[in-house]
Design a protein around this ligand. Structure first.
Ligand code: Y12
Ligand code: CO
Length: 175
């Protein structure tokens, strides 16, 4: 399966992803194909909609203490639902669908999430720190929400201007 990352302002990023009912070979092939796409782009989180599949599936792969990313720590979440949230935290976020842009975003500090694994088994995870932030960022994707939507009006305006300029430069350098 050949996948590529959908980049803002592509409208597909605004789609609401559908709940997954079949935990079959097709789902497994999608998840298997998403992992190398995420790693190759230096990502630590990726939602299926970012590779043009509007399905409630996401990957999280937080690096270890030595900053190494290992498949042993890969979490695949299907149909995730946040059941508890508490506290507040701020982190400078980035997104593979909004390349080269990072901004401080406020999130819940700690969350509890119910989800299914690739075989449909029900799981619960309690997360805080970077894991909590990454899960919230990826669940937003499933609802068509991007981290840039959380910026203040003035920051968003600045972003749109900078992003357009960067896209123009990218286009020119490819021509
Ligand atoms: C904390 C905050 C946000 C998340 C969501 C997952 N986000 C990412 O994995 C973002 C990755 C990313 C990687 C980039 O590429 C490089 O650094 C080489 C990048 O820069 C460019 O595209 C040029 C931007 C974002 C999880 C946890
Ligand atoms: Co993202």
């Amino acid at each position: 399966m050949k996948l590529s990352i959908v980049e803002y302002p592509d409208k597909r990023l605004r789609e609401k992803s559908k709940a997954i009912e079949k935990f079959d070979k097709e789902l497994h092939e999608l998840l298997d194909a998403m992992y190398p796409v995420m790693l190759k782009s230096n990502g630590i989180g990726l939602a299926a909609i970012q590779v043009a599949h509007a399905m409630q599936a996401l990957l999280i792969n937080i690096p270890d203490e030595d900053d190494e990313q290992s498949i042993d720590y890969l979490i695949e979440m299907i149909n995730p639902v946040i059941t508890h949230k508490s506290g507040e935290t701020t982190y400078q976020e980035g997104c593979l669908s909004v390349p080269s842009f990072y901004e401080d975003i406020n999130r819940y500090e700690s969350i509890t999430v119910n989800y299914q694994d690739r075989d449909g088994n029900t799981k619960t995870i309690e997360a805080d720190g970077l894991m909590s932030i990454a899960i919230q960022h990826e669940i937003d994707h499933l609802n068509g929400i991007l981290f840039i939507d959380k910026l203040s009006y003035s920051r968003r305006k600045k972003f749109e201007k900078e992003y357009k300029k960067m896209q123009k430069e990218k286009k020119l350098s490819k021509a």
